[in-house]
Design a protein around this ligand. Structure first.
Ligand SMILES: *Cc1c(COP(=O)(O)O)cnc(C)c1O
Length: 427
């Protein structure tokens, strides 16, 4: 292919990869050890001059492009003014503006407050802190296939052992896991799956002990699983009736990724708390908890925070990113990507019996293979990588290829990436 000048990885990447072994802890993996020199919206250009088509967005982060002009400008301007003060010492306006934006774009028209952090895991931890504080209850309910991060509490909330939890215990207590809705595997309606989940909560924990239900409205690492319609609303209704906080972890699904600002919007679900990160700031580390004002304001002064949380440069980036989402209508862009990709992949699926399902929402799309082992997904991903197309895998069984193109990817580049993927699927 004309975009590639060397085999993948090229000689300079191989050299860096060899150097890395003596410098970087082995426990950090890299899907594709090609070292990046620059990026240009849907392209990653490596140190050997190869152009890779990016269908991963650094795990749903560079939704607005890479580099996005509005993000780059805002970051330059802010870093020249000041890089840090610590919002807990001397505050600045950018933090307020990001909270105002979050309060406006997240689901529901009720009064909201936000608090900013550095990573998704930190946001989830804080959502649990807030929920426990305000309810006076301890238990947290999570779901099969759920993923919420790699810190001690969020490992406990995460379902999959390998690679996230293996030999990293003991884990935080008072975490309970119940069945999710996985339409391809369980064949249940949303109402039926919700009845099962609620029965499990009531038997194993009881609402009176439960501070929060933490749920990804479309599961990410677990396999890009959208629950059957009605599942989320039924869980949210039960939470409201029983005084349990409904916490939507929208860290991967947020910020136009699924074709609406948040995946909860698709079913009109209004969470009590919502966690965001990944797509929020065009690649700079920023995360947030946004929620009902009376819940968020219940925590004592000084109870929430952190040295870097809501760093001014990350806030400037977020404001640039959110402006780009509005100006370029990236919700519509995500829906267009869905139409293109799903159309093409469903046609491919008819030609092979290795594919069990093409699914997803907006530009968060997946191919699940029939075989419940990682073999086929790994083979397809490897073939794409060798041809310069960055795709990621996921799933409890590792048998899912996930597509997360930047929402600004040019049509011809997306088509080119899909040509390669199609070839790999039919090989
Ligand atoms: C990535 C992710 C997290 C963790 O975010 P980090 O920034 O990696 O800590 C939590 N929840 C979901 C749904 C995620 O996709």
């Amino acid at each position: 292919m004309s975009r590639l000048r060397t085999p993948i990885p090229g000689p300079k990447s191989l050299e860096l990869q060899a150097r890395r072994k003596d410098a970087v802890a082995a426990g950090v993996g890299s899907t594709l050890p090609v070292y990046i020199d620059s990026a240009d919206d849907g392209l990653l250009i490596d140190v050997d001059g190869n152009q890779l088509i990016d269908l991963g967005s650094g795990i749903a982060v560079t939704n607005v492009g890479n580099p996005a002009p509005a993000v780059a400008e805002a970051v330059h301007a802010q870093i020249d003014r000041f890089s840090h003060t610590c919002f807990m010492i001397t505050p600045y306006e950018g933090y307020l503006e990001v909270c105002e934006e979050l309060n406006a774009v997240t689901p529901g028209t009720h009064e909201k407050r936000s608090v900013l952090f550095n990573s998704g895991a930190e946001a989830v931890e804080n959502a649990v802190k807030i929920a426990r504080h305000v309810t006076g209850r301890q238990a947290v309910v999570v779901f099969d296939h759920g993923y919420h991060g790699r810190t001690n509490l969020t490992m406990a909330l995460t379902a999959k052992n390998m690679p996230y939890k293996h030999r990293f215990g003991p884990f935080a207590p008072e975490v309970y896991r119940v069945p999710a809705s996985y339409p391809l595997h369980d064949g249940l309606t949303g109402a039926e799956a919700a009845r099962n989940a609620i029965a499990a909560i009531e038997k194993q924990v009881c609402a009176d002990n439960t501070a929060a239900v933490v749920i990804e409205p479309v599961q990410g690492e677990g396999g890009f699983i959208a629950p059957a319609p009605g599942f989320l609303p039924a869980i949210a209704d039960w939470c409201r009736e029983r005084g349990v906080l409904f916490v939507a972890d929208e860290i991967q699904t947020g910020f136009c990724r699924t074709g609406s600002w948040f995946a909860s919007d698709h079913e009109g679900v209004v969470p009590d708390l919502i966690t965001t990160a990944k797509g929020i700031a065009g690649g700079l580390p920023l995360a947030a908890v946004t929620g009902r004002a009376e819940i968020m304001d219940a925590v004592h002064v000084g109870g929430l925070g952190g040295t870097y949380g809501g760093n001014p440069v990350a806030c400037a980036a977020a404001l640039g990113a959110i402006r780009t989402m509005r100006e370029r209508d990236l919700n519509a862009a995500a829906r267009r990507i869905e139409e293109t990709v799903v159309g093409r992949l469903r046609a491919v699926a008819e030609k092979t019996d290795t594919i069990a399902e093409i699914r997803g929402r907006g530009a968060m799309l997946a191919i699940e293979f029939t075989e419940r082992t990682p073999d086929v997904a790994a083979r397809v991903a490897k073939a794409c990588h060798e041809q310069g197309v960055v795709v990621l895998t996921c799933g409890t069984y590792g048998n899912v290829i996930r597509l997360l193109p930047p929402l600004v990817i040019p049509d011809d580049l997306l088509a080119e990436g899909l040509d390669v993927l199609e070839g790999a699927l039919l090989a």
